[in-house]
Design a binder for this molecule. Structure first.
Ligand SMILES: Cc1cc2nc3c(=O)[nH]c(=O)nc-3n(C[C@H](O)[C@H](O)[C@H](O)COP(=O)(O)OP(=O)(O)OC[C@H]3O[C@@H](n4cnc5c(N)ncnc54)[C@H](O)[C@@H]3O)c2cc1C
Ligand SMILES: C[S@@+](CC[C@H](N)C(=O)[O-])C[C@H]1O[C@@H](n2cnc3c(N)ncnc32)[C@H](O)[C@@H]1O
Length: 639
């Protein structure tokens, strides 16, 4: 879906005005002063985040980020601040990076955060974008899209809500009853909502949704502002619903992750970054020795004419990865998605509505100069995509303090304990923790440890690695297969697809598949490959019947779904307490690893989800049983 960036001009006073709405971004009396008075004080900050492990702020209208930067400065300046601050802010018309930099100006005490915001500013692409500040202790989830569409899809519990659209008369969509209802549905017990707006209609709409509304003195020339409280009280001082942390005792383990491939290593690091102690149990002598042992692998979003879950998920995964991967593990060299049918390719690109700095059409000649070799056709050029080295990513994630890697540790069985889970190795040794994450890749096909009945299938794949094939290739050339820029002189050609097969032997027929794909991409391939030494790299992908990954809480096959009137809901599917899975990443382990890790972590710790609710549902491990249930199957967990 396309996003139109803001058109901003200066009012006579110098205050920024949005031309589309004919209204100012903030009063002349000052954006930061308004943020302090209306939003921070109105929401009882900084006091209300004190003593909390995490605190979540939801904002309607990110605009130029003045409220966010004021909030961040207050958090930094408060010795008693919460450990982690999550801000989720919606905007349909974000400024361009240049406008943001211009209007945020220079100077001030929060220069570093302002620069960090500008540096991480995402492309104008609809959906959720996650930015990090203060070493990841503060996250900003920018939800780009219309509040009416996107707010109902956000999965979070807000402790504070800032309502900051343009004036209701000029921007009614930001203030109507539907928005109030969606905010109420996302308010945590005891949440406070604040806004400079004091219309009777807004107060009535908020009150109708269940907020307890009051007037307070306004800012600048405004006599009044609105503060509304969501009833109830949050439980306890900490808000980590399902995980105890044992910070006092470094010997104990909060989470066991089985498997040190891309999926498991990323989950372990994400949890450890939140202060949990994570034990990663790996059967091999070293991590990433199986399907994640590639020399290098490609990443770019999948494209579809419509907005499919696969297209949205892979886009979200690629954007998150390129924001957060460590520089040493990947190359933003650019990637060409070759499209032999130009009309078809152009239509596909147009359907995405992406800005040209993210993806644009390139003719064959331009593609040749971008790639360094002449492809068979032009296609879609992704400026910021490329390739990564999975083993380096895994090494980086496992080096996160708080992660303890145990190699030669093949888990044979897992058991429930009164406190959580016990994983027992082949040598009889056991590890215990509150939470368990299965990230076993293809091994889960045989050993699900009796925890699930998911239908996972293998797809064997073989890459051809050819020495000295294409030293001139500067970027990823992709289509049905791919060629990567040389790694130590070796060019990787991907890959064969052999459905239902899980053997790792080298096969000539698989080389032929990979090479045929390379030849279709690069007419010069056959000649260049003549006489060059060749070897194979083989791995086993895991796929589900709907070809989407399984990421999230495992369903409990023994328990009955929650009985409610009406159609069964996915959220009501019973879960195995503290048991999670990150698997079936198919051909897209790079794209999904970090997204999956952030999703599981957010679900485990009650943080805002990094993707929309419907996307989290699309990868929910309980979705297959739920679909069976909806179809009236009496035994929903049997395939
Ligand atoms: C030919 C081919 C080409 C590919 N190309 C790309 C590409 O270009 N881009 C891309 O993004 N993706 C690509 N992929 C996909 C990507 O490689 C996978 O999605 C990813 O590696 C899967 O990671 P994983 O962590 O789920 O599995 P794995 O890497 O297999 O990790 C699972 C780990 O669990 C361990 N384990 C299993 N059972 C146990 C147990 N009982 N106890 C302890 N440890 C256990 C295993 O030893 C292993 O280390 C490709 C795959 C193939 C096969
Ligand atoms: C007053 S400005 C927000 C100022 C901002 N909070 C700040 O601190 O700089 C209002 C914002 O609401 C956004 N907006 C207007 N209509 C919207 C809609 N229907 N959905 C989402 N955002 C919208 C505008 O693009 C604009 O950025």
């Amino acid at each position: 879906m396309s996003i139109q960036t803001a058109r901003i001009e200066a009012a006579e006073s110098g205050t920024p005005v949005a031309s589309r709405f004919g209204d100012v971004y903030h009063p002349t009396a000052g954006a930061r002063a308004q943020a302090e008075h209306v939003f921070l004080r109105g929401c009882g900050l900084p006091e209300r985040w004190r003593g909390r492990s995490q605190f979540t702020v939801l904002e309607t209208g990110f605009g130029l980020g003045n409220n966010f930067l004021t909030l961040l400065a207050a958090w930094r300046g408060d010795a008693q601040r919460c450990d982690r601050l999550h801000v989720v802010s919606i905007d349909a018309h974000p400024p361009t990076r240049e406008d943001l930099a211009h209007w945020l100006g220079a100077g001030g005490t929060d220069d570093a955060d302002r620069h960090a915001l500008i540096a991480q500013w995402p492309p104008a692409i609809a959906g959720l974008h996650r930015l990090q500040f203060a070493d990841g202790r503060v996250t900003l989830t920018l939800a780009l899209g219309d509040v009416q569409v996107l707010l109902p899809k956000l999965a979070l519990r807000a402790d504070a809500i800032f309502m900051d659209g343009f004036a209701p008369a000029k921007n009614p969509a930001m203030w109507d009853a539907a928005v109030c209802k969606a905010l109420a549905e996302r308010a945590a017990p005891g949440a406070l909502l604040a806004t400079w707006c004091a219309t009777g209609q807004l107060r009535r709409d908020l009150a109708d949704c269940g907020f307890v509304v009051e007037k307070q003195p306004g800012f600048g020339h405004k006599r009044e502002m609105t503060v509304a409280r969501w009833p109830g009280q949050r439980a306890g001082a900490q808000t980590q619903p399902s995980v105890r942390t044992h910070r006092a005792n470094a010997q104990t383990t909060d989470v066991i992750v089985i498997g040190a491939g891309l999926a498991g290593a990323a989950v372990a690091a994400a949890l450890a970054r939140r202060g949990l102690h994570v034990a990663v149990l790996e059967r091999d002598a070293e991590p990433a020795a199986r399907t994640s042992s590639h020399l290098a692998a490609a990443f770019r979003p999948a494209m579809a004419r419509g907005s499919t879950p696969l297209a949205r998920l892979t886009l979200a995964g690629c954007l998150l990865a390129t924001q957060q991967w460590p520089a040493q593990a990947w190359a933003p060299c650019g990637a060409l998605q070759m499209e032999p049918d130009e009309a078809e390719g152009r239509a596909l690109l147009a359907a995405q509505g992406w800005p040209a700095d993210f993806a644009r059409w390139v003719e064959q000649d331009d593609a040749a100069s971008l790639l360094g070799l002449r492809p068979a056709a032009g296609g879609i050029w992704f400026e910021t995509m490329g390739y990564a080295r999975p083993r380096e990513l895994v090494a980086h994630w496992l080096a996160q303090p708080g992660v303890a890697l145990h190699v030669h540790c093949a888990v044979e069985r897992v058991e429930r304990t009164p406190m959580g889970w016990r994983a027992i190795g082949a040598d009889g040794r056991a590890q215990e923790a509150d939470q368990l994450v299965l990230a076993q890749g293809p091994a889960d096909l045989q050993a699900a440890h009796g925890l699930h009945t998911l239908s996972l299938s293998p797809v064997r794949g073989q890459c051809s690695l050819i020495d000295g094939l294409a030293p001139q290739l500067k970027a990823v050339l992709a289509g049905a297969g791919y060629l990567l820029p040389a790694q130590g002189g070796i060019t990787v050609l991907g890959a064969s697809y052999e459905h239902g097969e899980a053997a790792e032997d080298e096969r000539e027929s698989s080389h032929q598949q990979a090479q045929a794909k390379a030849a279709a991409l690069w007419p010069g391939f056959e000649a260049a490959a003549q006489g060059k030494p060749r070897r194979a790299w083989t791995g086993i992908r895991v796929v589900t019947p709907d070809r989407l990954p399984v990421i999230g809480a495992l369903p409990d096959p023994q328990a009955a779904p929650l009985a409610r009137p009406g159609a069964p809901q996915l959220a009501d599917m019973p879960r195995l307490p503290g048991a999670w899975i990150a698997n079936a990443y198919g051909s897209r382990g790079l794209t999904y690893a970090l997204l999956g890790a952030e999703l599981i972590t957010a679900q485990m710790l009650g943080e805002p989800l990094p993707i929309e609710r419907d996307l989290a549902d699309a990868v929910d491990p309980a979705r297959f049983a739920w679909r069976n249930l909806k179809r009236g199957k009496t035994r929903p967990f049997s395939a």
